[in-house]
Design a protein around this ligand. Structure first.
Ligand SMILES: N[C@@H](CCC(=O)N[C@@H](CS)C(=O)NCC(=O)O)C(=O)O
Length: 189
């Protein structure tokens, strides 16, 4: 299997953590720079991660996780876990939008509907996820925990949110730092 991604993407990191015990080839692309042509050749959606397993291409981390669960016999997710993943992805997508806006020289603090709804979504999803952490819903190292860990560590790395009031998310991140492949996939390296 070949995983195409980058070392900084939280969506790629979740897949790398899921594959911690599985041999595969990792292709690290700079998707906004010299790796963009290779990305264009591999995925018309122009997003990472994508997985290539023999003749089968799989786009999108969520679909890759389903593919791997089937292939490797990993546990499937409950509907509540699917909802957790939807909240994590919603926060993650809005934060990617903020990061790309910042890199484009746009003022993400401006009082404009587009940015107001991103900030509101980030706040509501992260508060809900922090409450779920407090409730013990992420007390095992399963795929939803892997995804939440990758998001929170990336938000911290990019300094994208203020953790005041949602400190349990950082505590959750700190709790899982010793898991396999966490150090090797640290985006700060
Ligand atoms: N739903 C996708 C989201 C993937 C995603 O947004 N990846 C970012 C990198 S963190 C990306 O490729 N962004 C490129 C772009 O938005 O142009 C997944 O779960 O794989």
């Amino acid at each position: 299997m070949k995983l195409i991604g980058s070392t900084t993407s939280p969506y790629v990191r979740r897949t790398r953590l899921l594959l911690a015990d599985t041999p595969y080839e990792f292709v690290n692309l700079d998707i906004y720079g010299e790796g963009r042509d290779e990305l264009r050749r591999n995925n018309p959606a122009l997003k990472i991660p994508m997985l290539v397993d023999g003749d089968q291409e799989v786009y999108d981390s969520r679909v890759i996780a389903r593919y791997l669960a089937q292939k490797l016999g990993l546990p499937s997710m409950s509907w509540d876990q699917e909802n957790q993943l939807t909240l994590i992805d919603a926060a993650n997508d809005s934060c990617v939008i903020l990061l790309l806006s910042k890199r484009s020289g746009l003022d993400i603090e401006q009082d404009a509907m587009f940015y107001n709804i991103q900030r509101e979504r980030i706040m509501t999803t992260l508060r809900t996820l922090a409450a779920m952490v407090d409730d013990g819903q992420f007390s095992q190292w399963h795929y939803p925990s892997i995804c939440l860990f990758s998001l929170i560590d990336w938000l911290d790395f990019r300094s994208l949110v203020d953790f005041q009031g949602i400190e349990s998310l950082r505590q959750f991140r700190d709790h899982w730092l010793d898991q396999p492949m966490v150090t090797e996939t640290d985006p700060r390296q």
